[in-house]
Design a protein around this ligand. Sequence first.
Ligand SMILES: Nc1nc2c(ncn2[C@@H]2O[C@H](COP(=O)(O)OP(=O)(O)OP(=O)(O)O)[C@@H](O)[C@H]2O)c(=O)[nH]1
Ligand SMILES: [Mg+2]
Length: 194
Amino acid sequence: MKINEIKLEKVVGLNSKIPSNNMMEFVLVGRSNVGKSSFINAISNRNNYAHTSSTPGKTRTINYYLVNGKFYIVDLPGYGYAKASIEEQNNWATFINKYLKTSDMIEEIILIVDIRHKPSEKDCQMFSFIVSATGYEPIVVATKLDKIKKSEVNKNIEMIRNELGATDDCEIIPFSAEKKDGVKDVLRILSSIV
Ligand SMILES: Nc1nc2c(ncn2[C@@H]2O[C@H](COP(=O)(O)OP(=O)(O)OP(=O)(O)O)[C@@H](O)[C@H]2O)c(=O)[nH]1
Ligand SMILES: [Mg+2]
């Protein structure tokens, strides 16, 4: 599959009603500044269509990107944004909770983590939360691959698997938005589902 067309179709605030869609949704979750918006740009081969920023907390709304007129990629605001107020962080958690429980169009959840580091406590909580809310492990994308040595890749992937408590079957895809590594693997998975 190639992404020929991507269109930001719906932008929803955290306090708004969750749209009920009639096409499947692939949902991106991950901490603020990990590279969710960059991931969207990389797989769709667009430059900064999904706005990225080196300042954490860039995406503050839920953005529904319609892909090839067939399915949505949903870009959620990142968690763990240090400058967000407690109230804002609670709103986020409440929203995710509500979203995962109400949307019946969620096909896959993609958890994005940083391949350089141990997943944070919030990443681990998110992983377990997804497993308990949906009964399935998310697909894990370990991004910023361009920032580590080739010799560290396997070790770091296993470190991420261990920390998250993911099974051996859980897909953990090394990825780089910068170098476009892993784009093919992601598109292969998406197309096998679509
Ligand atoms: N080197 C490198 N930098 C990356 C990669 N992916 C993202 N970045 C950088 O990381 C920063 C944050 O990326 P974003 O895509 O805006 O992150 P986000 O997860 O959407 O952030 P929020 O919207 O704040 O939740 C930007 O400066 C990106 O250029 C990657 O694969 N490699
Ligand atoms: Mg973003």
